[in-house]
Design a protein around this ligand. Structure first.
Ligand code: HEM
Length: 226
């Protein structure tokens, strides 16, 4: 056999492949944040409604599957999407740094692209730090002194009754909004979907998620729910 058989690089080894990976993992994460926000709206229907919803999440798939199996399946997909998203973002940044064969047309284009990528990096880091805090706070209860396992409503109220925590949630969700807006917009670019609706979709999607999410800490702070 000839030793000169050339090996085709995997799609992920190319910049286009990494952009696809970012787009597909980004879509999964967008789906999650939207559904998570819609699910959390049950807080406005009272403790029973939110807690029943949290319990249902653990039961879905039963009796075909044992309790929490489907939930763990979803957690696994979500975690994989997070890792792929971060890995592809990092690898793309490194690729861009190593080689920039096509020069930007003008200094203005360069400044705009640089601003967007720096914004994505920082808002991405804020969102990751937020999620770590969020899990410690509302899933494991480590940072929530009044945590009661299984009483999601009570835990949520107890958490947002602390003003600094509520303000942190508002700010982190605004960073998420910026990330979602730019991410949704560039996702269409990566997938090759062009249309005048792209910007409107990106703005609309980010606005719905952010407005829903910031409403929860604000509603507790201003005594709308307690
Ligand atoms: C103010 C907005 C938010 C509220 C009120 C909220 C509320 C909650 C609550 C109550 C839980 C625990 C659910 C349970 O144990 O059944 C939870 C879990 C979680 N949240 Fe949020 N969340 C918010 C925003 C976000 C955002 C923006 C993200 C992601 C960027 C996120 C990601 C997660 C994750 C990954 C879990 C763990 C889910 C699991 O493994 O079961 N949350 N959230």
């Amino acid at each position: 056999m000839s030793a000169a058989v050339s090996k085709r690089p995997s799609l992920y080894a190319t910049a286009v492949g990494k952009k696809y990976a970012m787009a597909v993992s980004g879509l999964i994460l967008m789906g999650y944040v939207l559904l998570h926000m819609i699910g959390n709206l049950k807080v406005y229907f009272g403790a029973e409604s939110l807690n029943a919803y949290a319990e249902w999440l653990r039961e879905i798939g039963e009796p075909a599957l044992p309790r929490e199996w489907l939930l763990w399946g979803m957690r696994f997909v979500l975690l994989a999407a997070v890792f792929i998203h971060i890995h592809a973002a990092y690898a793309l940044t490194m690729m861009n740094r190593r080689a920039r064969p096509v020069k930007y047309e003008s200094k203005r284009d360069f400044v705009a692209a640089d601003f967007a990528s720096r914004t994505m990096r920082w808002t991405g880091i804020i969102v990751v730090l937020f999620v770590i805090w969020h899990l410690l706070d509302l899933t494991w209860g480590t940072t929530n002194p009044d945590f009661v396992k299984g009483d999601v409503y009570r835990n949520l109220i107890a958490s947002f009754e602390r003003a600094p925590v509520a303000i942190f949630y508002v700010l982190a969700n605004m960073a998420l909004g910026v990330h979602l807006y730019h991410g949704a917009w560039s996702l269409f670019q990566s997938m090759g979907w062009y249309g005048t609706w792209r910007r409107s979709f990106a703005i609309g999607f980010a606005a719905i998620v952010v407005m829903g999410n910031v409403s929860f800490p604000l509603a507790v702070m201003f005594g709308v729910i307690n």
